[in-house]
Design a protein around this ligand. Structure first.
Ligand SMILES: O=C[C@H](O)[C@@H](O)CC(=O)C(=O)O
Ligand SMILES: [Zn+2]
Length: 280
């Protein structure tokens, strides 16, 4: 089965100011992830960042070189990060199997030719979330288990932003060209992520919201700090955050999200924080 893909162009903040709800969602919201037996990819012109998912149920899903890459295979000039948010599954890279349980990750460096995805059980399929960025060097494949991540506790219950941040694919854990990925889990009773908000004009970012309880939702905030907009996000949806945009959210309950970044540097802490009482 062929990989499905969609291309999204980059937009200037001056243009985005004029967007209505539909246009904002068309440009930035990704709402076709985690579809059973499909491998779906969204190619963004922001840092040529690809967001995708593979949910193998009855089929083996293979990562293919989509047309915009003009490459013989997907990773010819790219690196790849995968985090499994479903049941146990396997990522096979050039003949070697890597088992990924729930919330385990795999970094696959440039130059690997064949990548495929399978689930251990069709009843509880693996749900592979995928990020990929251009790469200039071939770094080794590395599995990142739950004990390999760097953990940071952030926020407080009083400000409804108590959360655990887990850095999976950052350069202190695995050698990478430009991709960074991690997961942030909101504590029960806390709803705000990335507040105080920040921007990093050096890097774009994609947020993927999951483990959102049934009938609950997350309101994602984007835009320049003094010109914000919001997008209501449902479970298993992602949103592209341009380098000029804040990326923060508030839920009607707690939830978890995966963040992925790419761009100019690998310094996770390089952010320009926005004063909460100056946001508009
Ligand atoms: O640049 C860093 C990213 O926006 C996220 O890692 C922030 C985040 O998960 C949080 O504060 O909750
Ligand atoms: Zn950020």
């Amino acid at each position: 089965m062929k990989n499905n893909y969609e291309v999204r162009y980059a937009a200037s903040p001056q243009d985005v100011k004029q967007y209505d709800t539909t246009r904002l969602r068309d440009e930035f919201l990704i709402d076709n992830l985690m579809v059973p037996d499909q491998l779906n990819l969204i190619y963004s012109h922001y840092d040529r960042f690809i967001t995708g998912s593979a949910v193998p149920v009855n089929e083996i899903l293979k990562l293919e070189a989509i047309d915009p890459l003009k490459a013989p295979y997907f990773l010819e000039r790219r690196e790849l990060g995968i985090i499994n948010i479903g049941g146990s599954g396997t990522v096979k890279v050039d003949g070697t199997n890597y088992e990924l349980n729930n919330k385990e990750a795999l970094y696959v460096g440039q130059g690997n030719k064949e990548v495929s995805f399978t689930s251990a059980s069709a009843k509880e399929p693996a749900m592979f979330y995928i990020n990929s960025t251009p790469a200039h060097k071939a770094y080794p494949i590395k599995k990142i288990g739950i004990n390999d991540v760097e953990v940071v506790e952030l926020g407080a219950p009083e400000t409804a932003n108590a959360r655990t941040l887990r850095k999976y694919i950052v350069n202190s854990v695995v050698d990478v060209c430009q991709l960074q990925m991690g997961m942030t889990e909101l504590k029960s009773g806390s709803v705000w992520n990335t507040m105080p908000a920040h921007v990093h004009d050096r890097r774009m970012e994609v947020y993927f919201y999951f483990d959102v309880p049934q009938d609950q939702s997350v309101c994602h905030f984007m835009g320049q700090p003094q010109e914000t907009r919001h997008i209501w996000m449902q479970n298993n949806q992602a949103v592209i955050s341009p380098a000029w945009s804040i990326h923060s959210g508030s839920g009607t309950s707690n939830y978890t999200f995966i963040w992925g970044m790419a761009g100019e540097n690998l310094d996770y802490g390089d952010m320009d924080h926005c004063k909460i009482n100056e946001l508009k």
